[in-house]
Ligand binder design. Sequence first.
Ligand code: MTE
Length: 310
Amino acid sequence: MLIKTSTELSDSAVTPEAIYLQRRQFLQLGIAATASLLAPNIFAAANPFASATKSPLSTTEDLTPLDSVTSYNNFYEFGVEKTDPAQNAHTLITTPWTINVEGEVEKPGMISMDEILKNYPLEERIYRLRCVEGWSMVIPWLGFPLSHLLKAFKPNSRAKYVQFISVDRPEQMIGQKQKVFEFPYQEGLRIDEAMHPLTLLSVGLYGKVLPNQNGAPIRLVVPWKYGFKSIKSIVTIRLVEKQPLTSWQKAVPNEYGFYSNVNPEVDHPRWSQKKERRIGEFFKRKTLMFNGYADQVAALYNGMDLRKDY
Ligand code: MTE
């Protein structure tokens, strides 16, 4: 992955998110938006973003400011520079959107974003995000456990892993058009990791619809793994028997493994992972095992050699 030494945050790079986010919310909620002018309480009840509940799984650490979360991104579909996604991601059309859930499930099928927002109540989860490049943020996501969605499709006994595939639309994504990486972006989790209560499907942040540059309309968030596992703009979720190959394993097999758990004791072949720079802070801080989520997830890896199975 490309490494930047400076944050390169610029105010002008911040997309006017309020404008398009509100437009999308209004499209999704249709007539309810008009009704809200007369009956704001009814509107709040119909708006899943406004009625999200707080989660006990949230950290109480200081939040990374919204403009940093939305202007310093990795989303190669829109270019390889940190400021590219905020500048270019408005071209992705996210309504309508469906996810196909297929493979080793009893009930394969398609689910639309409207159905997702209707069926899965949203929680606010404030998680640390640690990028493999050595920077980190604290982000208030809106989402729901991936396990809730998977269970609805009834994984069978052969479902040992879950493969995730991002949208493939070169005509709407300039980085894909320029072939800066092998697309579509793909990721994977072991089934117990996918079913873990911390593993989130996120549809928003900071109380609003997910900005395009952060992976609209729906992305994965796996807080104890390096950020690249948290795949954006998902269109396919496939339950499989064998460990799937991920985009980064395919691109640089000697640098990236399947598990990619945050681990300060296992260096990247080209740099140390002992410390990280929290965006907005001057001094580096120590990186924590499993990004600080060891109490909840260490047991998933009992008996594994985390130096070998990185
Ligand atoms: N998902 C897709 N489809 N394409 C990408 O390039 N980048 C990953 C991950 N998900 C990426 C992706 C990386 S390297 C990181 S660190 C996180 O998204 C960044 O998420 P953020 O931009 O919302 O902070």
